[in-house]
Design a binder for this molecule. Structure first.
Ligand code: IPM
Ligand code: MG
Length: 359
């Protein structure tokens, strides 16, 4: 009997529908190869839907989405909307509403040609960022006072809870142990200026005591932005708060091929997961069959791993890696250079050429 997985698909805005279309082509093919059954439900949420219906992400749809095993998200964001409106209403709602407390973002160099740094080989850049995903300035506690007057005030609270920090740290220690590479976990904070980050440094030492096999390192985020460029080989697993993780992972993406390639998993172990590229909706490329779908295809690979389909996940990942190493793609930015569907077709043909998956 074939294994069945239920996937909610939200193509979203801008290039989202095009890159998701290619992601699903790959998913369907690998499902065929591995004998999986994928049941998909598509949801129309995003800017167009909001302009037509005033809906963002209705409660009934949220409850229905929750019944799936995973969500595949294209991209959310539209210049016709106030910044953050849809991002908070859809991406934020899913991350917070589903309590997906880890945002896992691998930074791995597949081919030296993809790295803008001098003399860096794949063995020099291979780390994972565990970004806390449900707190910090993203918690949505903000306010405005005397708006539009010369005395106006705007506030946004940075929130850290012991529970939220500790579960992210624990996940990171476990992940680092599972990677079994340098067995080093680096915490990034700004505890020298943001006094509330003392909670992070204290919990790091306390939780870390339970992981004597993992070396702990603490860096300030500003210094880490320099070190990741000068000595990226020092990182194995990195753990950090929501906003620093957001920024640090765009920098990480730039070191290994750009946003056209970077994927992420929003996780709460044992529950539904949300999988997405880390790029935005790139409205300038929308509807032109130009956008690079590789990040979404890598998100499909992460989704398969979450579903327990490790062989299928590796097939997709290795097909993308072979394509990258073949250097047949002229540009790895958001503009694919050859066409969204053409990149999808290249990954499909690599899948067909698949040797035996890694054990
Ligand atoms: C990301 C994005 C989001 C974030 C935006 C779209 C709200 O930049 O996934 O990194 O800041 O988390
Ligand atoms: Mg970001």
């Amino acid at each position: 009997m074939s294994r069945t997985h239920r996937i909610a698909v939200i193509p979203g805005d801008g290039i989202g529908p095009e890159v998701v279309r290619e992601g699903l082509r790959i998913l369907d093919r690998v499902a065929e190869l591995e004998g999986l059954r994928i049941e998909r439900t598509s949801y129309p949420f995003g800017a167009e839907h909001h302009l037509r219906t005033q809906e963002v992400l209705p409660d009934a749809a949220f409850a229905e989405i929750q019944q799936h095993d995973a969500v595949l998200l294209g991209a959310i964001g539209d210049p016709r909307m106030p910044p953050g409106f849809l991002e908070f209403g859809i991406v934020g709602r899913l991350r917070f509403g589903l309590d997906l407390y880890v945002n896992l973002r691998p930074v791995r160099l597949v081919d030296a040609a993809l790295c803008p740094l001098k003399s860096k080989e794949p063995e020099h850049i291979d780390f994972t960022v565990v970004r806390e995903n449900t707190e910090d300035a993203y918690a949505g506690m903000w306010g405005q006072f005397k708006k539009g007057t010369p005395d106006e005030v705007a506030t946004q609270e940075i929130i850290f809870t012991r529970k939220g920090v500790e579960r992210a740290l624990r996940y990171a220690f476990e992940h680092c142990r599972k990677r079994a590479r340098q067995r080093k976990l680096t915490l990034l904070t700004k505890a020298n200026a943001i006094r509330a980050m003392e909670l992070w440094t204290r919990a790091f030492a306390e939780v870390g005591a339970e992981y004597p096999d993992i070396t702990r390192e603490h860096q300030y985020i500003d210094a880490a932005c320099m070190f990741v460029v000068t000595r990226p080989e020092q990182y194995d697993t990195v753990v950090t708060s929501n906003m620093f993780g957001d920024i640090f992972t765009d920098l990480g993406a730039a070191l290994v091929g750009g946003l056209g390639l970077a994927a992420s998993a929003n996780l709460h172990p044992g529950r539904i997961g949300l999988f997405e590229s880390i790029h935005g909706s790139a409205p300038q490329f929308a509807g032109q069959n130009r956008a690079n779908p590789l990040a979404t295809i890598m998100a499909v690979s992460m989704m398969l791993e979450h579903l327990g389909e490790v062989a299928a996940a590796q097939r997709v990942e290795q097909a993308v890696e072979r394509l990258l190493r073949s250097r047949r793609l002229p540009d790895l930015g958001m503009d694919s250079g050859v066409g969204t569907d053409a990149v999808g077709a290249m990954v499909l043909s690599e899948l067909a050429a698949d040797p035996v998956p890694r054990p």
